[in-house]
Design a protein around this ligand. Sequence first.
Ligand code: GLU
Length: 491
Amino acid sequence: MSVRVRFCPSPTGSPHVGFARAALYNWAFARHAARNGEDATFVFRIEDTDKERSTQESYDAMLGAMRWLGLDWDEGPEVGGPYAPYRQSERTELYRDVLDKLAASSYTYDCFCRNEEVDARRKAAGSKVMGYDGFCRDLSAEQRAAFEAEGRSSVVRFRMPDGSVSWTDLVRGEVTFETENVPDFALCRANGDPLYTLVNPVDDALMRITHVLRGEDLLSSTPRQIPLHRALVDLGVSEAVPEFGHLPLIIGEGNKKLSKRDPQAHLFGYRDDGFLPEGLLNYLALLGWAIAADRDVFTLEEMVEAFDIRDVNPNPARFDLKKATAINASHMRMLSVEQITDRVLPFLKAAGVVGDPVHDADAQMLEQAMPLVAERINKLAEAPTMLDFLFVDEAAFTREPADVEKLLDDTGRDVVKAAHEAVAALDTWSTDAIQTALQTALVEERGLKPRVAFGPVRVAITGRRVSPPLFESMELLGRDRSLARLESAVG
Ligand code: GLU
């Protein structure tokens, strides 16, 4: 059997997490089917029919997001395919052709009504149903001529069938809408420009999409799209009505739908914060799906192996940043130090911690320092602040004021003085020697608790309370710079 799924964002604004989850589920659905020997295709289509809201910037961001996530597409922009073009703005002729076919078979009709006329009629009839009332469905030739003579413009409306529309949703099971609540809808503007109501299902039909997997926010458009699909099958435009599956709503703070205005909703925020794409994808997968009852962390490969749209839970999924971060941290732990170094490098360059290209001395320092931080960071963007103290020019070295205030008070400065004395006398500058000297001078001789002893020294050396391990850091920093910092912290 052939399986064709699609991901079709509108390029309006910046990609959000709902976008990424829909892309992931469609991609995983196709890759899972392919693994089972099916002929499976993941189509990427750009729905830029709304010219006022679509932008090139957003189009580029959509492609960039897919590439960052590593969700590759078999057909679509920059890749091409048998149903090209994959940008709706380039498909206008195809839609006109379908509109003509629908009109020729009376699936549609011209409607001359003005909105206020429809409202007045609804009101007079005491009707609770909103939207179009079907007035122009069966105009006589005379009525039509009269409207035209008045110079009225018209839109094309789809004739909704009587009764109900039902489908077996792949996520939600049986769904039924009574069509008396689904008015005849417009397919194009008065100037002939096709509307989203037409182009989305028509593209699915023309591109031979077999499964439409998309957000629940689009559920209410499905009872309009299924009769339109049936008409297209009847006219020989397509072969079959696709199956539908509506993915659960994603909710944020206060049980409200995660809105585009919510900063947590923006995908690139995670990239810039240093989430690994595989960590974020793992978390997004959990917004409606689980690999097993007691397991949260898995690879994309494992997801592909196990993913079944029928296992998706229809209940709203809560977005939880803490959990997302924890899952990302688990994926960080799966990488080698070398892999983390490669991924951290762009962040270090952007923050100016290392130059671009990286000088030899910095490269050497990085090689020695990364094993100390790789285990301690949950996101890539935490690396620059952790490492900066090793790379910064001595003259430009600063300490975090809040940490200075807390730990380098009088008592703290006394501790740092004693630390300076203890290590200044060392013959060998090594982690072990430094540790023994500080342990003896501060903990054993002075009777300080390790936290009280090493906290001030850490702030003196690294500028922060949270840093890579202290003794190793001092060894890496070297004797001269370490002693100078211990001095400047008390001076
Ligand atoms: N273009 C629609 C959107 O970005 C997706 C429509 C669909 O998946 O059917 O919301």
